[in-house]
Write a protein that binds this ligand. Structure first.
Ligand code: C2E
Ligand code: MG
Ligand code: MG
Length: 576
């Protein structure tokens, strides 16, 4: 269609509605400034005023450097006498907004320049999104392998530079039999599963732990500064845990498992990010080969530890026979007077080759393999006979109770009341000197069985405590119906209660909850005097932690039985 004017007016006839150049200047949408040779602003249009967030009068007589701090450094843009030059700059508004911009500078006849400024914020944002898109996986929104490797590399570099300590661990997680989901339910279902798995893992681990999609059904987790390897193992266990609940995919409820491999780099290891990731990947594939649904740990051969899960499982089978287990006892004190009240029995495994394997690693393996039944029985027997010996020897000066940890699998697979009855009878220990610790999840996972078992145990005269309270699945609704004597406040809250108000509030809530339900509280992991003061003020009854004593061999507990309670003036002395 021809849109030309049928009768275009001749040039002489053409007039502008408002012919002042000021109006033209203002009508232009781009920010325009006229500056003199010293870059003092002589004129500014409305667009400039709105871009810089001030009235035009404010701009007039201002130095251009106020708006574009590096304006003076633009070299030949100011010296050229013909043609316009465009440069990228950072501009600063009167409203405090800093933004990227282009500056087009054109010389004016007779001196001075006209400057046109365009805001690049939107373009910069679009660029960033494009870059991000290649670093982020479109399906899950997680970083891709490339970005993950960069994050790992950064963590390793900080170790080399000495600006961070602890180990760097990479966990590689693969979804078991993912191909089957894709093949039988179609790719959209596979995608749904991946997105849901990603969401669950990131929600479980929280924002502080980088998670990436490495490709296919594999995810990477970076545990930066893994202390004593426990943190990485816990992150892996928690990630594996998110697969215990069914996934609702394509209208069906699916149970899928995962296999995980963990690899560590100690600060002195000169390991590249790629090498660390492949070590984790190798272990993950070993976990898959071993049937899936498990965690494998990669240990560099030079450590000579060969801590593969399979090896641990095999070695665990012999550990009882070889007498490689030992119990240590952590004193539990009265928070008001500092007197020894009880001890918690904690299992230690020292292998024939001299390496110690922490319980956070071997207990989950013992649970999965079913060995926890025999090991748990050994722990109970040993703790009860030790307690009986102390009671016989020290009478009232001995600890009043020994607390023994029970795992969830023990409750599933053992007739716990029968076992407790038998062990008490065999060792001759009075039931009131035994306490059993269970975690919240243990109780929540199987409330019916759990409750009846617990009632039977309590009927024997044994007391019950909930361990690591506040960390697992919440047993809040069950608490009033359970025959519990104590809540043990998890050490993660105690650790921060004197420096972070949320943790303090949680501890306060747990103590008042326990009081309302007629239970006592035991604070775990007390490491500082400031924590003791707060715990006392809240009315927490008992406490344990490195501030008082680390877990000790039986002989050292005997020494404590003989010694009087600390004096009130200096109520507590750190043991180590
Ligand atoms: P738990 O039952 O919560 O035991 C307390 C853990 O906190 C112990 O770790 C203890 O050494 C540690 N701890 C105590 N005070 C402090 C402190 O002030 N600071 C810090 N950072 N840590 C402190 P451990 O001995 O490594 O045991 C870890 C977990 O392994 C136990 O947690 C328990 O869940 C499990 N476990 C240990 N022995 C047995 C057992 O015989 N049977 C079962 N089923 N589980 C056990
Ligand atoms: Mg415990
Ligand atoms: Mg605990």
């Amino acid at each position: 269609m021809n849109t030309a004017h049928p009768n275009p007016p001749s040039a002489e006839n053409r007039t502008l509605p408002v012919a002042t150049d000021g109006a033209i200047f203002d009508a232009i949408g781009d920010a325009l400034l006229v500056v003199d040779p010293t870059r003092l602003i002589l004129r500014a249009n409305r667009a400039a005023a709105s871009l810089f967030g001030c009235p035009t009068q404010t701009l007039v007589n201002a130095d251009l450097a106020r708006l574009v701090p590096n304006a003076a450094e633009l070299g030949d843009a100011w010296t050229a006498t013909v043609g316009a030059r465009t440069v990228e700059v950072h501009a600063l508004g009167y409203d405090g907004r800093a933004f990227p911009a282009t500056l087009t500078i054109g010389p004016l006849p007779g001196g001075g320049h006209v400057v046109c400024i365009r805001d690049l914020t939107d373009i910069a944002m679009a660029q960033r999104q494009l870059v991000n898109r290649s670093l982020r996986d479109g399906l899950t929104g997680l970083p891709t392998r490339g970005l993950f490797l960069e994050q790992v590399d950064h963590a390793l570099a900080r170790r080399r530079a000495g600006t961070a300590t602890g180990e760097v661990a990479v966990v590689c997680l693969g979804i078991d039999r993912f191909k089957l989901v894709n093949d039988s339910l179609g790719y959209p279902a596979g995608d749904e599963l991946l997105a849901e798995a990603a969401a669950r893992i990131t929600a479980e681990l929280g924002p502080g732990v980088p998670v990436a999609r490495l490709g296919g059904d594999e995810f990477g987790i970076l545990v930066d500064g893994a202390g004593r390897k426990g943190e990485a193992v816990v992150a892996a266990e928690r990630s594996l845990g998110v697969f215990s609940g069914a996934f609702s995919i394509a209208g069906r409820s699916l149970l899928v498992g995962a296999s995980l491999g963990i690899a560590f780099a100690a600060p002195e290891d000169d390991l590249a990010a790629q090498a660390l990731l492949s070590n984790a990947d190798v272990s993950m594939h070993r976990a898959k080969k071993a049937g899936g649904g498990r965690i494998e740990i990669f240990e560099p051969a030079r450590h000579g530890e060969a801590l593969g899960l399979l090896e641990i499982e095999l070695a665990l089978r012999d550990a009882l026979l070889r007498g490689e287990f030992e119990l240590v006892y952590q004193p539990i004190l009265d928070m008001q007077r500092g007197a020894l009240r009880g001890v918690e029995a904690l299992l230690r495994w020292k292998r024939e080759n001299g390496t110690s394997v922490p319980p956070s690693i071997f207990i989950p393996i013992a649970e999965k393999s079913g060995l926890i039944v025999q090991i748990g029985e050994w722990v109970l027997r040993r703790a009860c006979s030790q307690m009986k010996a102390w009671r016989d020897r020290f009478g009232a000066a001995a600890p009043e109770y020994v607390a023994v940890n029970l795992s969830a699998r023990q409750i599933d697979r053992t007739d716990v009341p029968a076992l407790v009855r038998r062990v008490l009878a065999d060792t001759g220990l009075d039931a009131r000197h035994l306490e059993l610790e269970l975690t919240e999840s243990t109780v929540v996972e199987n409330p019916a069985v759990g409750q009846s078992v617990l009632q039977e145990v309590v009927a024997l005269g044994v007391s019950l405590a909930i361990d690591d309270f506040g960390t697992g699945q919440s047993a809040l609704s069950l608490l009033p119906r359970l025959p519990l004597a104590k809540l043990k406040i998890d050490r993660s809250f105690v650790a921060r209660m004197d420096v972070e108000s949320e943790s303090f509030e949680i501890v306060r809530l747990i103590v008042s909850l326990a009081q309302a339900l007629g239970m006592r509280t035991v604070a775990e992991g007390i490491e500082r005097e400031s924590q003791i003061r707060l715990l006392r003020s809240l009315g927490c009854a008992h406490g344990q932690g490195y501030f008082f004593h680390r877990p000790l061999p039986a002989e050292e507990i005997e020494r404590l039985c003989g010694s009087p309670a600390p004096t009130p003036q200096r109520p507590y002395a750190a043991a180590d």
